[in-house]
Design a protein around this ligand. Structure first.
Ligand SMILES: [Zn+2]
Length: 213
């Protein structure tokens, strides 16, 4: 009887918690409705999860939560559809699509909470921002292939270690006295993401990085 109960506990535990490491919500369990007025990626735009191929990472903050709300005007970043992923400190952060580095270094002038950032400009007026980096491995005007390492994940900006990723259309970069950081433009939905379907990414969901092909 005791053995049966123990086995039952293991089975129930597995069903409820899933295999080790996870913390990932079961597929389809969590979905954020896709806002009908959201800016979308161009239809031919392929976005690759910006960490090492084959690795699975969890969304620890999704669309439009407190930390991901901004205003599309100067000195605000428009980050409604940003995603935070549970990368560890020192883990490589990769370009989510081919692009040119428009800024690499510490954010300033109101964006300090982003810490060290890389802003990449892609085709179609789309830019991607990678924030809270531990180290930055690229320079402005450098061209990056998809999957090129642009830095490592960290906790710069005074946060717990994670990767903040946001996409913009027609974003601008503040410079000089106003500091360095993105503002304006439109926050772009980061979907479809790699091989994941367009479902509305949200807290608890996990994504696997693929080769973008
Ligand atoms: Zn974030």
């Amino acid at each position: 009887m005791g053995a049966v109960l123990a086995l039952a506990a293991v089975v129930v535990g597995f069903v409820l918690l899933g295999p080790r490491d996870c913390g990932c919500a079961p597929p389809g369990e969590v979905r954020t409705p896709i806002p009908s007025d959201a800016a979308l990626l161009p239809s031919d735009f392929v976005l690759t999860a910006p960490w090492e191929a084959g690795e699975r990472r969890r969304i620890i903050r999704g669309y439009n939560v407190a930390a991901h709300q901004g205003f599309a005007r100067p000195n605000r970043s428009n980050d409604a559809y940003a995603l935070d992923f549970n990368l560890e400190r020192g883990e490589p952060v990769l370009a989510a699509a081919p692009g040119v580095v428009t800024y690499a270094g510490p954010a300033s002038g109101g964006w300090e909470s982003f810490g060290n950032i890389v802003l990449l400009e892609h085709a179609g007026g789309v830019s991607s921002l990678y924030a809270h980096l531990d180290a930055v491995a690229v320079r402005e005007r450098e061209s990056l292939e998809r999957g090129a390492q642009l830095g490592t994940a960290g906790n710069s900006g005074g946060v717990r270690t994670h990767l903040h990723l946001s996409l913009y259309r027609d974003v601008q970069l503040a410079r000089g006295e106003r500091g360095t950081g993105p503002f304006g433009g439109a926050s772009v939905l980061p979907e479809p993401f790699g091989r994941e379907a367009r479902v509305g990414l949200s807290f608890g969901q996990c994504l696997t990085a693929d080769d973008g092909g």
